[in-house]
Write a protein that binds this ligand. Structure first.
Ligand code: ADP
Ligand SMILES: O=c1ccn([C@@H]2O[C@H](COP(=O)(O)O)[C@@H](O)[C@H]2O)c(=O)[nH]1
Length: 209
């Protein structure tokens, strides 16, 4: 049986990574792997650090979706891929890549998964993590200052200039394509447990096949 591709989409700070990490932890990395759309931001080595700050990272153009889709198709057909790595603190791709082996369950996480029809076509299950914008911006301020080397002013300016408009234009309308909506994100134990039950069922079916 071919690997099952599960998309986990939602706004920045909604809790996508937390949901994804929990499903990976519960399923185990022998049978499950994660591929993140964030790793497929375009290489910006040709731009100066000042120019990179001006990029709209919430618009579909910011992603190398051709490579992302090529890698999704390879994993789905049982081939391994070398996933790019990304450094948010300098807004650029790293030189290193990570080898991803195809597993029975491939979790795919990203803000713009459901707004790209070619990705939608590949997904076997679509999960949207839905969290109010006030909660998401507060989470993002904490995370970006702690983990992504940002100042409070830069997080607020970026949110107003690009994150919020692109969320309303691309992310929020893409919720309609979801099979399952998880309110509040990673600490929604009931929702995560329900999804895990489905994954366990899929794994048992794969073993029988
Ligand atoms: N349900 C939740 N309740 C409280 N905090 C949460 C919840 N889900 C996620 N978080 C926290 O919010 C922050 C952003 O979550 P994350 O999973 O990184 O979001 P995303 O990947 O969608 O940007 C993290 O610090 C995470 O621990
Ligand atoms: O160089 C970059 C690349 C991306 N971003 C922001 O990251 C979020 C997506 O990550 P989440 O983990 O889903 O929050 C996106 O909203 C971009 O604005 C960035 O700031 N710099």
């Amino acid at each position: 049986m071919k690997p099952i591709l599960i998309g986990i989409c939602g706004g920045s700070g909604s809790g996508k990574s937390t949901v994804t990490e929990q499903l990976l932890k519960n399923t185990g990395d022998a049978r499950c792997t994660v591929i993140r759309q964030d790793n497929y931001y375009k290489d910006q080595s040709h731009l100066s650090p000042e120019e990179r700050v001006k990029t709209n990272y919430d618009h579909p153009f910011a992603f190398d979706n051709d490579l992302f889709i090529e890698h999704l198709m390879a994993l789905k057909s049982g081939k391994s891929v070398d996933m790019p790595e990304y450094d948010f603190s300098v807004h650029n791709r790293k030189k290193e890549t990570i080898r991803l082996e195809p597993k029975d369950i491939i979790l795919i996480e990203g803000i713009l998964l459901f707004s790209e029809p070619r990705v939608l076509d590949l997904l076997d299950m679509k999960i949207f993590v839905d969290t109010d914008s006030d909660v998401r911006i507060l989470r993002r301020i904490k995370r970006d200052m702690k983990e992504r080397a940002r100042s409070l002013d830069s997080v607020i300016d970026q949110y107003m200039a690009t994150v919020r408009p692109a969320h309303l234009q691309f992310v929020e309308p893409s919720k309609r394509y979801a099979d399952i909506i998880v309110p509040e994100g990673g600490h929604n134990k009931v929702a995560v447990d329900l999804i895990q039950t489905k994954l366990n069922h899929i794994l048992a079916e794969i073993e029988k096949a």
